[in-house]
Structures are given as C-alpha cells and as structure tokens.
Design a protein around this ligand. Sequence first.
Ligand code: PLP
Ligand code: COI
Length: 341
Amino acid sequence: MQNIDWSSLSFGYVKTNYNVRCYYRNGKWGELEISSSEQVSMHMAATCLHYGQEAFEGLKCYRGKDGKVRIFRWKENCKRLQSSAEAIMLAKVPDEIFKAACWKVVQLNKDFIPPYGTGGTLYLRPLLIGTGEKVGVGPADEYLFMIFVTPVGPYFKAGFKPVKMQLVRDYDRAAPMGTGHVKVGGNYAASLRAGERAHHEGFAASIFADAKTKQYIDEAGPANFFGIKDGKYITPDSGSILPSITNLSLRELAADMGLVVERRHVPIDEIGTFEEAGACGTAAVISPIDSIQDRENGTVYQIAKNGEPGPWCQKLYKRLTGIQFGEEEDKFGWCEFVDVD
Ligand code: PLP
Ligand code: COI
C-alpha cells in the first residue's frame, strides 16, 4: 500500500508503477505490453499530433466495503471508444484487448487503489492515438492503445456540494454534425477557453448551449446535465453531447426509484423551473448545481436551496456510489470484480 493521503486526493495525476500498451501495426493488434515509463515515444509526424486523431476514455475502479475490487460498466466505455474510433477513423480496439488491458493495469497497480471509506477511486484513462506518420491529411496506419491509472478524489473541489455554473453561447465545443457525440481530444481543446473563462469568473464549469440554435442546453465541459422537477428526471437529447455512462446509469436508477425519465431538448429558459439539477460523469459523479448564470444576459437561475444538494440528487448519489462501492445490491450487474490478491 502506498503512503498517500487517500482522503485528500483531488482529480489529478499521481505517478503509479505501470501502464499497459498495445500497438496496431500492419493491419493487426499486437500483444499487450507492460511499461513503467511515463513517456510515449512516437514519430514527429504522427497523426495524433497534427490532425487530432486521438480518442480517450475514463472509467473507475473501486475498493468495496467487502474489500473486493470492482470495475464499473467497462463494456460501455469499450463500446464508446469503438464509436469514437469509427468517427475519426482510428483502428478499433476489440473488446478482449480493452478488457485485458483494464484488468492488467489494475492488478499491476493494486497498491494505488484507494482504501474503502476514503472516497477515493482508481481512475483508468484509456487512450487511443494515431502514431503512424502522415503529412497529407489522412488516417494513420499505426496506432497505440494504452491505459494509465491514477488515484483520484472529486473532480469538482466542492465534492458533493452544489456548484455555480455558467451557460455560454459565444463558444461551441462541438458542431451539430461534428464529433460532440464521441470522446475525442478536439472537443476538449474547443472547450478550454470557455472553461478557463468560467473559472476566472468564479464558476466551477461552463455549460454549452446547442451550437445550432443556442436555444437548448447541451452539456457541461466534462459532464452531462440533468434537471429534476415534478417527479421527472430530465436530460438533454442532442446529437452533439457525449452519451454519458453515468447519465445512462442515473436514468436507470431514476426510473427504478419511480421518477419519469425524459430525454428531450431542454430549453434554456426551463432552467428556472427545475427543483434540482446536476452535472454527471465518471469524474464528477453527481455534482449538484447551485445556480446557472446565463453569461449573455446576466440572468442567474437559482436552483439549489440553502447551498445543499436536493433530496433526489442525494438519493441518486447514494444509490449509484452504493453500487460502485459494494454497499448496495448491484441488481443491474454493473460491476465486475478484479482479482488483485
Ligand atoms: N460529457 C463529457 C464532455 C465528458 O467528458 C464526460 C466524461 O467522460 C461526460 C459527459 C460523462 O460521461 P461518463 O459518465 O461516461 O463519464
Ligand atoms: C470523465 O469523467 O471520465 C472525463 O473524462 C471527464 C474529464 C476529466 C475529461
């Protein structure tokens, strides 16, 4: 076990012992390799460096109440990486390589899995990049798939406390028929200016309006949006947001808990009618939203009451993290065990 202050971890990089790598060359994937280097060596004309041929994932591994180690819904992350690969013409990582890489990297770094009760988790960051050289615009013929891990705490410093967010219309993270629905680096590059400005102006994150009409909520920089009112869990339906696995899970839990689930356009002027709202994602889990400022006209929509998470956010958070940490029955079969001993 490492000498780390597990309860004070933030969402950042901590050096671990190993990462795993697999190369795609001559039309096929090679063997899974173990590396202890933090560096990646590649050709200076690699397509990931010039033409953004890069996709990534994020999933977590949990030390449960029973001491067992769980990975949450890896198949969904694998499917999404395959759909990212399809969108920007990367070589697709087969399920068996994705799974073997997840299991191997967790086993190799078992000493970095935060103990149960500290709130920490081991974050897995799969990465798929075009490493083949290409000067004319086109897809590479060599790829690297790798996973590194890092022990993490909450993405938003506040943890499970409502945060202020800022709605922006003057930057778009993704075009309507572009790559917003997949997890490729370019979307994040496009979101940096709005995100940094939101931080400077005192907000935890920016929320993007839909790029085409600017009438509807799309999503936050690193997380999906949901609102709750009148017994309904409401979340945007948009072709340019990332299909969040946390949101998928929350929709299933919400329905199971008796809420009506609606996936539809969410007009910006509906924000003020929500009894509760949150941003959800693997890193963010659920970050309850205190208020949203519409940057264009200065309107502030106050959502949380007295700076506290609302009752549905609390219930959903407890069910979701309860399943992940083995405190509640995993009746949907979302967790798979990794034997680390
Ligand atoms: N939206 C964006 C833009 C993200 O980067 C993420 C994080 O992966 C999410 C939503 C949440 O997705 P998930 O719940 O699958 O982590
Ligand atoms: C995640 O939730 O896994 C993310 O990828 C969000 C962000 C850190 C990019």
